[in-house]
Design a protein around this ligand. Structure first.
Ligand SMILES: O=C(O)CCC(=O)C(=O)O
Ligand SMILES: [Fe+2]
Length: 352
C-alpha cells in the first residue's frame, strides 16, 4: 500500500481502498465513543422551506439550537445537481497517478488530497477530496487535457448558483440576529461582493466492513457557513450534547433528494458572539460510495471578523477578539479544536 503523508496530502492511493480487511492505519478506536442515532423525534434535524413566511425566525432558531439544518425549495435545478454529481464521479474515477498530478502542494489549499483536519488524527480517513479555490481550469487541463471544459463549465455554473444561495442564507441569518436591512451592506459579511467561497468535492468509497472507519474525523468548519450537496447517500453526523432526554449522541443527517445541508462554522459563531452553534460533525462510511460537495463561505482574506457590535453591546460583552479567515485557519492548524478558546477576549494566546 502506498501512503502519501506529506503535510497537505494525507491520503492513500485511491485504488488501495480495496482492502481485504481494514488495516490498522484506517481503523479508528473511538468511532463508537457516543451512540449513533436516527434523526427522529427530538433529534429530527430542522428542514426549512426557503419560501416559508417565517423563514427568518426559523433560520435563527435552527442556527442557535442546532447549527445545522436542511433547506428545500432553494431554486437550484436538479439537472445541475445531477451534472455536478456526474463530474464528481468522473473526477474520482480517474487513475490515481492522474489525480496525483494535481495534488495539493505546501501553502496551496487547492487540489487533490485529504481534508486539512486529517493532520491532527493518527489514522487515515476513508475518503479522497479535491478542493477548488477560484478557477479549476489549470487543474482540469492536467486531469483531462483533451476535455477539460465540461468540468469547468459545470463547476462555474454551480458556483454561481450556490453563491447566490449562500448570500441569501447569510442575509437571513443576519436579519435573525437583529441586523437591519440598511445595516446589512455596511457589514463585510452582508456585502456579497466581499464574501469568498471555496469548494470541496469529497468521495467516500464504499467499504465492505465500515464499522471502524471514518470518512472525516470530528471537526467544525472554519468558515461563516457551509452548504453541502450530497448524492443521496447519508454519512454526515452531528454531535448533540447530553440533555434531559438523551446522552451525548451522533445524529445522522438524512440525505433528502433535492435539498442542501447548511451548517454554521467558527466565524459565524464568533460574529454572533457565541449565539450560533458551530456544530461538530464527522462523516461515517457505508457499503455505498458517497459523494458530497461542500461550499464554504467566508470573508476576504483581509477582513477581520469579530462579534457584531449590536450583539456585543452593553448587555453582553464581546467574547472573542476579531480574526481574519486565514488567521483563524493558522491558529486552527496549530491548536485544532482549541482555536476559538485562544481568541477569547480573556485568553493569553498570542498569534505566532
Ligand atoms: O461530506 C460531508 O458530508 C461533510 C464534508 C465536510 O464536513 C467538510 O468538507 O468539511
Ligand atoms: Fe466540515
Amino acid at each position: 500500500m502506498s501512503l502519501h503523508t506529506t503535510r497537505n496530502l494525507k491520503i492513500h492511493q485511491p485504488e488501495n481502498f480495496e482492502f481485504d480487511s481494514i488495516p490498522d492505519s484506517h481503523s479508528w478506536d473511538d468511532v463508537h465513543d457516543h451512540p449513533s442515532v436516527e434523526p427522529i423525534g427530538p433529534d429530527a434535524i430542522p428542514v426549512i422551506d426557503l419560501n416559508d413566511p417565517k423563514l427568518i425566525a426559523k433560520i435563527g432558531k435552527a442556527c442557535e439550537e442546532w447549527g445545522i439544518f436542511i433547506i428545500s425549495n432553494h431554486g437550484i435545478e436538479s439537472e445541475l445537481l445531477n451534472q455536478l454529481c456526474s463530474q464528481m464521479h468522473r473526477l474520482f474515477a480517474l487513475p490515481a497517478e492522474v489525480k496525483l498530478k494535481v495534488a495539493k502542494t505546501e501553502g496551496n489549499d487547492a487540489g487533490y488530497g485529504g481534508a486539512p483536519v486529517s493532520h491532527f488524527f493518527p489514522k487515515f480517513s476513508w475518503s479522497e477530496g479535491f478542493a477548488i479555490v477560484g478557477s479549476p481550469v489549470d487543474h482540469a487541463k492536467k486531469l483531462w487535457p483533451d476535455d477539460y471544459s465540461s468540468f469547468c463549465e459545470i463547476i462555474e455554473e454551480y458556483n454561481k448558483a450556490i453563491n447566490s444561495l449562500g448570500c441569501r442564507l447569510i442575509h437571513a441569518m443576519l436579519l435573525s440576529l437583529g441586523v437591519s436591512e440598511e445595516e446589512l451592506c455596511q457589514t463585510p459579511i452582508g456585502d456579497s461582493s466581499k464574501v469568498k467561497t471555496a469548494m470541496h468535492l469529497n468521495s467516500y468509497p464504499a467499504c465492505t466492513n465500515p464499522d471502524w472507519v471514518l470518512g472525516l474525523p470530528p471537526h467544525t468548519d472554519s468558515a461563516y457557513v457551509a452548504i453541502l450537496y450530497q448524492n443521496g447517500v447519508p454519512g454526515l453526523q452531528v454531535l448533540r450534547c447530553k440533555d434531559d432526554i438523551s446522552p451525548t449522541r451522533w445524529v445522522t443527517v438524512p440525505a433528502v433528494p433535492n435539498t442542501f445541508v447548511v451548517n454554521i462554522g467558527d466565524l459565524l459563531h464568533v460574529l454572533s458572539n457565541g449565539r450560533f452553534h458551530n456544530v461538530l460533525h464527522r462523516v461515517t462510511i457505508s457499503k455505498i460510495n458517497r459523494l458530497s460537495c461542500a461550499c464554504f463561505f467566508g470573508p476576504q482574506a483581509d477582513v477581520k471578523v469579530g462579534p457584531l457590535s449590536k450583539l456585543a453591546g452593553l448587555e453582553q460583552s464581546p467574547l472573542y477578539r476579531p480574526v481574519t479567515w486565514p488567521g483563524l485557519k493558522k491558529i486552527r492548524s496549530v491548536l485544532h479544536d482549541k482555536a476559538l478558546q485562544a481568541i477569547k477576549i480573556d485568553s493569553n494566546y498570542i498569534e505566532g
